[in-house]
Design a protein around this ligand. Sequence first.
Ligand code: 9MR
Length: 438
Amino acid sequence: MTRLNPPRRTSGRRLTGILAGAAIALTGVLGLGAPAAQGAGSTLHDAAAESGRYFGTAIAGYRLSDGQYTSIADREFDMITAENEMKLDATEPQQGTFDFAAGDQIVDWALSNGKQVRGHTLAWHSQQPQWMQNMEGQQLRAAMLNHVTQVASHYRGQIYSWDVVNEAFEDGTSGARRNSNLQRTGGDWIEAAFYAARQADPNAKLCYNDYNTDNWEHAKTRAVYDMVADFVSRGVPIDCVGFQAHFNSGNPVPSSYHETLQNFADLGVDVQITELDIEGSGQSQAEQFRGVTQACMAVTRCEGISVWGVRDSDSWRAEGTPLLFDGSGNEKLAYSYVLDQLNSASEGTPPVDGCSVSVTRADEWGDRFNVTFAVEGSSAWQVDIQLQGVQSVQNAWNADVQGSTGTLTATPNGNGDAFGITVYANGSWSLPTATCSG
Ligand code: 9MR
């Protein structure tokens, strides 16, 4: 099946160095001296493109007349989601009468500025038009499928990926489907929507999208995982899973985030971070944004990140200042952390003979921190990791790691060329170093 690919742009190169205090990637290269930076993107989408990813935002149609808003959006982002304009109440206000004006405005703005579009969303319990809210049973099932078909057909060929179904699971510990009018039409309503979407737009990737699916230990995460595994095993046309990623102090980025993304990717679907926002400010907010970015970059099938708005003042949670630009359009510390983390993908010297490995600091806790490694140039590599001081390691992912203090040796275990370790600092917070042989 042909797919639209995430854009790969020739990036503007940023010649100056990395901001102090931001994520730093060190590179050890077999047989080569000090690494020369290959170049770094000076905008979010350019930096993301260095590793073949996109960086997107939600756009509100009524803000497109705000020059500051559109200039930031145009400069920084290359994947656009309509914040509300392609939802059910907007696109089918009366049954059988479709209104695509608001959605078209955003799609036209995106495509005419060289960007791609995430479609959001075809089937959802919320933001249903009144006529649909009052419907049940077979009548609703047919109306929902007609909606999916009409909307996906209207936008055929213009959508990179569709959130076919949004938020179909309960919060909490039940792991159950949300009790909605759509669910009451029969448990197969989700796959029916995916089949209809595939038929209407065979080239769009089809995603299931939800929130509170970030922590691998949570019942809701596992329930969505089980559904996706079941769909994949039965050939239901699902291509991707969207992780909304709305975080705040009561719901911080979990330490298992990378594991969650990787586990879904291992089912054979792409993963996308679709509505990222993190309430807070300063260093703590910036570190959480960096952790999310790092987790995506460590998962080969994580295609990109979209934030849920441009400036803090544009957010659905404006009082939580959860975005990358402040209300005046200035870049926040979180912006620098994300940009530098995205650029860490390009800071290795190209392998000449053998392989290279980049080393990146990730999530930190009071006593330990995660370190991730990305190998390039060989699939049969060995990475020697030199811990600092009396640091020790008790767990690793996506590689076989021998040893726990001093020098460790990592080799592939069938999970690709990016892996990680958790380092107990024991008083030494310096980043371990690594060399690769291939
Ligand atoms: O940001 C959207 C806000 O403007 C709407 O009022 C709200 C109504 O439900 O939806 C918001 O977007 C939601 C998205 O469509 C799905 N995930 C949660 C988002 C935040 O509520």
